[in-house]
Design a protein around this ligand. Sequence first.
Ligand code: MEV
Length: 434
Amino acid sequence: MSSRLPGLYTLTVAERRQRVAEAAGIDLGELAALDGGLSEDDAAGMIENVLGRYALPFAVATNFTVDGADALVPMVVEEPSVVAAASNAARMVRAAGGFTARVSPPVVTGQIQLTHVDDVDGAAAALTEAAPTLLARARELSPRLCARGGGPRAVRARVLARPPGPDGGVVVVHLDVDCRDAMGANLVNTLCERLAEPVAHAAAPAGAPRPRVGLRILSNLSDQRTVRVTCVAADDALADARCPGPEVRAAIAAASRFAELDPYRAATHNKGVMNGVDAVLVATGQDWRAVEAGAHAFAARTGAYRPLAVWREVPGGLAGELELPLAVGTVGGALHVHRGARLALRLAGAGDAPRLAALAAAAGLACNLAALRALATDGIQRGHMALHARAVARAAGAPADLVDEVAEAMAAAGEIRIEAARVILRELSAKDLP
Ligand code: MEV
């Protein structure tokens, strides 16, 4: 399967579906049914007080090669330019071999909080001693996950506060769980709830007062479940008509250093990364808020908020690296009911959670590269305004065959407004009169 589908953007939606269905080996009827990817009944069963379903554009980014295999990357996003940016950057990177991902084992951490612990050091020592027994109990509580090759991996105690204090002494027990292809929230939360009593018991040896059990919930700072994706973009791929490759390369490296120096810039830089990551997560039915929370906590793990992706000049090009926690699943969650999300996974060829994580991270690094390249050369507004002009032309009632003409005329006049579009439309229609 090749992810190179030149000219895909010039086709109609129906033609595009045909082309993508052929390329991905997916039934055309299934792709055409994407709009009904979630039935009303299923939607009503997913959350509360449902009134209907809310649609967003579902698109595919082209040109991606990740770990030597091509992939069409599904994206759901409301922002213009994101899909084009991802596809363009993936094409630049593709020429140098594509993206390489290193995905860690899918270990998610659950937390069991103990409060009013009189002797926090004694409790922590007792919990460390009891860890093998607690781990064995956790394994008994998750037989199906263990049978799939996952399951609880470690139990650790951390002292968070010493008495006195509003909560007395506070100790938290971390339970690390290999979730295999599940995102893991339900698995880990259930395990934490069931293990809390044995943990509280183990924390109070030899008749010491029993601590109180506090929260029992996974941590979204899943810093053990990370993806590191790298790529190279050569100078000739980075060059544009107005700016030679070495200059673009130097400007992108400088933009990376700006983000490394300044949290105000790092936040925007990371927003550009998450444009790509989130769009893949939404398309594939993932808990993108969990990933967002984890990504920003990870970005701040040194005490300063830092860019998730950095770019360095290398001979003849630019090397990029992105690392972030990515707790994603290809089983469970919304995938039980959302046909559209299941189809997105098939379209991407993401048969397991590591591959999905690799694709989402590659999309993030691609979007970051495209944003920095645009910012370091033309600025992003030129491309945005061209897309915005097309949206305004459509809103003014331009038929499909006139949208580009109206948009270009508005852009040339420097007036991108509905009234201007209507005037241009009237002029074009008058020209057509006999
Ligand atoms: C806009 O959605 C994202 C950017 O602001 C990212 C960036 O500044 O790097 C263009």
